[in-house]
Ligand binder design. Sequence first.
Ligand SMILES: [Zn+2]
Length: 279
Amino acid sequence: MRAKAGVPERVGRAGVPVWRILGRNPGPMTGPGTNSYLIGEKRLCLVDPGPKDKVQLRNFLDAIGGRELACILATHTHGDHSPGAAALQAATGAELVGLPAPAQGHNDATFQPARQWRHGDLLDCGEYGIRMLHTPGHVSNHFCYLLCEEQMLFTGDHVLEGTTSVILPPDGNMSDYLASLEALLEIPLRYLAPGHGGIIDKPHEEIRKLIRHRMYRESKVERGLATSGGGVLTELVAAVYDDVDSAMHGWACRTMLAHLEKLEREGRARRAGGRWLPV
Ligand SMILES: [Zn+2]
């Protein structure tokens, strides 16, 4: 059954309660909309408040009721994830958790945590704990959050359901992205709770599938360079993303650039002027 925007829907199993509250922002890049997650019974946390939206803010406050919202966590500072944090913080006094916007790329500069959060930090909320995992790749300031008791990982745009993440150079980085995926294979996980799409209940299988997909795309990029003798991004994208709707090729160019930069770092591609060339 499709979730209805703004209406809390319980996810995961009985234990620490987690509610998904779907945003009112469906679209080609957001799928059904941004997922916000409300965690806990007494001291609550909310992951990814989504865009600035007065109606959704009301929905959050209704779901929180008279309870304490301890923290607002942002996986990263894209416009569909963090801009709702400021108004929710003003209404609740909750602490902001996450990393501020990087200098490059389109980011929400209003997200300003009071302290510097680090990989491995643990939020102790009494009835549950949340471990912070720095997962750069999609963008450099991306965190995933692990609800330890449930082995549920809130993945933001690092892992999505039903689609693959766009990697956005210069701030996004394909080598980092793959390393961040590999690192998740070391952690016992029961569920992935993505920023867009439904709950994933075979986490490691899904992560391995994503890594395979990226390696498949990388080999297509390398083959595309070899057979064409090289070219500019818009020439290469048609060959490398021949299995993707051409309406998405503008975005595909960004991720393909991330692949090319990785190949360049590894000495497997080079660029001259605006053209990418095989080695
Ligand atoms: Zn994003």
